[in-house]
Design a protein around this ligand. Structure first.
Ligand code: CA
Length: 242
């Protein structure tokens, strides 16, 4: 399943809830039920049925939240949780378990999970937890601007694609932030010069081209496509709809 592809406005619309959820659950009936129900609530859901492929999915793609079963084939949920946190993946995790013991809950939270839900649970309860955990993680985490597969860390000034990061200079950051806030919108070179340099001196228009060039290289560097920053002949530049 592709990474979450949402525009900035959709992110705004759904800011109180996650967009994409990775469910790692081996019990077929429950897994299918969860997938169906969460999709009905308009979440984008990816499903993995064992711990190892679950870990791979969580490492490969950015999901907003993970619903993780504890007892899984290939790798148990606690180990998976620990490995994710060791890899500095901070995606919120809700552990679900039929064992329902206090010890599981404590160990789960120690391993870096954000919440624990005993089985059986009903969907309304799970969704309430999903929203609560999400809100909590949002208030603690850095402000990240998301457009399609691209993430822009507004504090570290890093452009992120999957797990690849590129550090941006101040001007590169300002330009990328502008494009990501207005995907698809065309900005003229003069307009960009004015916004980024605060100048209307036409002699500096080449600086705009050079800056675009550097950003394209950084997009490639993190596994993206430089052409995502599209030149519109004689008009300007825009971030292509992803
Ligand atoms: Ca299980």
């Amino acid at each position: 399943m592709p990474a979450a592809r949402v525009s900035w406005t959709e992110v705004d619309k759904y800011a109180d809830r996650p967009n994409s959820i990775l469910v790692i659950e081996d019990e077929e009936c429950l897994a299918n039920g969860l997938m169906f129900q969460l999709q009905r609530l308009e979440y984008e859901v990816a499903l993995r049925r064992d711990g190892r492929s679950g870990l791979e999915a969580a490492l490969e793609q950015a999901h907003d939240l993970i619903v993780l079963d504890l007892i899984l084939p290939e790798m148990d949920g606690l180990t998976l949780c620990r490995k994710l946190r060791e890899a500095k993946i901070t995606t919120p995790i809700i552990i679900t378990s039929a064992r329902g013991s206090e010890l599981d809950r404590i160990v789960g939270l120690e391993m870096g999970a954000d919440d624990y839900l005993g089985k059986p649970f009903d969907l309304a309860e799970l969704e309430a937890r999903i929203r609560a955990v999400w809100r909590r993680s949002q208030s603690m985490s850095r402000q990240i601007l998301i457009y399609g597969p691209l993430h822009l860390d507004c504090e570290a000034h890093e452009l992120i694609l999957n797990r690849n990061r590129a550090r941006l200079t101040t001007r590169e950051y300002e330009l990328m932030s502008l494009f990501m806030r207005h995907p698809g919108r065309v900005f003229s070179r003069e307009g960009l010069l004015e916004r980024i340099w605060g100048s209307s001196n036409q002699n500096y228009l080449r600086n705009v081209d050079a800056l675009i060039g550097r950003l394209r290289r950084k997009l490639k560097q993190i596994g993206g496509d430089g052409e995502w920053l599209e030149s519109m002949y004689a008009i300007g530049f825009r971030l292509r709809r992803l």
